[in-house]
Design a protein around this ligand. Structure first.
Ligand code: PAF
Length: 282
């Protein structure tokens, strides 16, 4: 695998592949790679000749400086994993090159960024859209792969690509979970042992809630029961639990009160201050 820390150098490599009309699959990441990322790479390998991965912890998408400062960084280990996974090119640029200062241009995401992740992380989706747009222009991939765990991010990027007529195909890959049901996330490394024991309980309880909703129970009631169960589990482990939202939504991220086809439950919660998100189909 080739590693490029300079954008020019990455572009040179990619230009050769493009000249040869080789399909390029692209997996943008912020590093601290885990099996979820590897599942995106596996999927990309099935569909493309060349695989490009980026590692860039994008300062623009962190509304909380503390969260940015504490974001895990494991570049050497990541490189080994990517090499083993058969990736052709890693792009790991410096922030000063990715976002030259002063920044005069940025993406501005409208209404979808007022709800859920957008509401609780002001500016987050503007930052994500800005860096993904830059990366897509740089890499020019045939297909780009995103994990369904960040379902609202998937929605934002799909809309951006449609509205700006980007030629890239967006592929959404199912969330990769531990046997317990806990979704793989770079943030899991920040959970204490006690938090790790109860982290899967949100998904487990929401899975039950989803079934009850399908079977005709009142969504708000069963979702509240699920939240209560997680709160009780956290209390037993002396872990501080809080949540930003746990809601039933439709495909346009509108909160809904009654069951119909195509709904999801989205959730964001904290365990001793570490913030996790997840979602599942109802
Ligand atoms: O999902 C992520 O890791 C990031 O939001 C992304 C898409 C790499 C943009 O920085």
């Amino acid at each position: 695998m080739k590693s490029s820390y300079k954008l020019d150098e990455a572009r040179e490599t990619i230009d050769i592949w493009r000249g040869n009309r080789e399909s390029i699959g692209f997996v943008p990441t912020m590093g601290a790679l885990h099996k979820g990322h590897l599942s995106l790479i596996e999927r990309a390998k099935r569909d493309n000749k060349r695989i490009v991965v980026s590692i860039f912890v994008n300062p623009l998408q962190f509304n909380d400086k503390n969260d940015f400062d504490n974001y895990p960084s494991t570049l050497e280990q990541d490189q080994l994993l990517l090499d083993e996974a058969g990736v052709d090119l890693l792009i790991a640029p410096a922030a000063s090159e990715m976002h030259p200062q002063p920044m005069n241009f940025a993406m501005s995401v409208k209404s979808i960024s007022d709800v859920y992740e957008g509401q609780f992380r002001p500016g987050h989706f503007d930052g994500v859209a800005t860096v993904v747009a830059k990366l897509l222009l740089l890499v020019g991939p045939s297909r780009v792969y995103f994990g369904e765990k960040d379902i609202q991010q998937c929605y934002v990027i799909k809309r951006m690509v449609e509205e700006f007529h980007f030629p890239n195909v967006i592929e959404i890959v199912e969330t990769y979970r531990e046997a317990s049901g806990l979704a793989f996330s770079s943030r899991n490394t920040r959970l204490s042992d006690a938090s790790k024991r109860i982290a899967p309980s949100m998904y487990q309880n929401l899975l039950r809630a989803a079934k009850e909703i399908r079977d005709g129970s009142d969504p708000a009631t069963v979702i509240n029961v699920a939240i209560e169960k997680v709160a009780e589990a956290a209390k037993r482990e002396a872990v501080e639990f809080g949540y930003d939202y746990v809601e039933l939504i439709d495909q346009n991220f509108k909160s809904v009160a009654q069951y119909s086809e195509g709904l999801r439950i989205v959730a964001a919660w904290t365990l001793d201050g570490v913030r996790l998100i997840d979602n599942l189909s109802v």
